[in-house]
Design a protein. Structure first.
Length: 195
């Protein structure tokens, strides 16, 4: 019996040493991750809406396809400079989606009338790279390109094209501004001031 006891003590000591090592390693893990996408801004809801509009305009200009863009949820709401009421309607219909500690806007436009959607996609891809966005493929088929662009602040853009048409998506960085985190109250106050 005395021969077994030292083995058990050795096993127990090894287990205790392993637990001590693991617990000391676990204490070194940071609580807040520094992964991309955890950044936040302090953009107001109105600033986010304006930024979305600017990104739509810039990508559309880069695509070379000025006509035929519409709100993904309503084909009758066109995104065009000569349709300010539609542009306002699209932007004001945007409400933040939860992104952890804040909110972000995410909106899409479609275009089914372009003569060469693949050339438009290549032009947008090059434009976003020239603007300093980190552009990567979501799907890399030549006949059906789908790529995204990531900003340092966590904002994201995406473009998809096929022979049938194109779609453009814009997502703002995550904002912790009160007008974004409490957007319902902000919208109610905005409506009251308009009355």
């Amino acid at each position: 019996m005395s021969r077994i006891r030292p083995k058990h003590m050795m096993i127990a000591a090894t287990v205790v040493a392993a637990i001590t090592m693991l617990s000391s390693c676990m204490q070194e893990v940071p609580i807040v991750s520094s992964e991309p996408g955890n950044q936040t801004t302090n953009m107001t809801l109105d600033e986010q809406r304006e930024w979305v509009g600017e990104q739509f305009d810039a990508a559309i200009a880069a695509s070379g396809v000025a006509e035929g863009w519409y709100d993904i949820y309503d084909k009758n709401v066109l995104w065009a400079r000569d349709r300010p009421e539609d542009r306002t309607r699209t932007l004001n219909s945007l409400f933040p989606r939860d992104c952890g500690s804040g909110g972000r806007l995410d909106e899409s436009l479609k275009n089914m009338s372009a003569e060469d959607p693949l050339a438009a996609a290549a032009a947008v891809h090059s434009f976003w790279e020239s603007e300093g966005w980190a552009v990567s493929d979501i799907r890399s088929y030549e006949s059906d390109p789908y790529f995204r662009a990531d900003g340092e602040d966590g904002a994201q853009l995406a473009f998809q094209a096929s022979k049938e048409g194109m779609s453009l998506e814009v997502a703002t960085a995550c904002s912790v501004n009160n007008t974004v985190t409490n957007w319902r109250l902000h919208s109610e106050l905005e409506n009251e001031s308009e009355e």
